[in-house]
Design a protein around this ligand. Structure first.
Ligand code: AKG
Ligand code: FE2
Length: 184
């Protein structure tokens, strides 16, 4: 399963590089990326009547996350007007979520969607999900490629190191951490 998720991670990233016309930089992405696999278990809500927050609203801090899950739905994404929309993930499907790092690198072209997990009442099985978190290597610097900066798209983020950003986020736990830390 995790090798399929890694394959999908590379495929999605390749499509992103190609769509920006910078496929020549894709090899340097491969050199500077690593990943963490995490398995998550969400308990069945105790009461019959209330839904339970399984995971509070957040943006992923890493570059991109590939998720898979069992049949118990729960993933919700925040829309532009602030509403929450449930993502009905079909069986055997994966979900790709853009994180803060990819948003910054793309000079804001890609949106890091806020998401959360809500287990609705009446659910009688536990939710399991599995995430492949694609993350820059320790020493890598996240820097917007020159090709993504022009008059219509002025530079939005200064170069930064991922673990420094993560430490900053952990100390502040702010929803606007990326803008405050690296925004120009
Ligand atoms: O369980 C899920 O589907 C989402 C997990 C998630 O968003 C995360 O671990 O960052
Ligand atoms: Fe997440």
């Amino acid at each position: 399963m995790s090798s399929k998720m890694q394959e999908l991670n590379f495929l999605v990233m390749k499509m992103i590089y190609e769509s920006f016309g910078i496929e020549k930089l894709y090899d340097s992405f491969l050199e500077e990326t690593t990943s963490i696999l995490k398995v998550m278990k969400y308990k069945v809500p105790p009461g019959e009547t209330e839904s339970a927050i399984g995971l509070v609203a957040h943006t992923d801090k890493n570059a991109i996350t590939i998720l898979c899950q069992n049949e118990v739905q729960g993933l919700e994404v925040q829309t532009k007007n602030g509403d929450w929309a449930r993502v009905m993930v079909p069986e055997n499907a994966f979900t790709a979520i853009v994180g803060d790092t990819l948003k910054a690198w793309s000079n804001g072209r890609l949106h890091a969607a806020r998401h959360r997990v809500v287990i609705i009442s009446g659910e009688d099985r536990e939710r399991y999900s599995c995430g492949l978190f694609s993350t820059p290597k320790e020493e890598a610097v996240i820097e917007v490629p020159d090709e993504l900066v022009d008059k219509e798209h002025p530079l939005q983020y200064r170069p930064f190191n991922y673990s420094d950003y993560l430490s900053y986020f952990v100390s502040k736990l702010s929803d606007d951490a990326l803008e405050i830390y690296a925004g120009i």
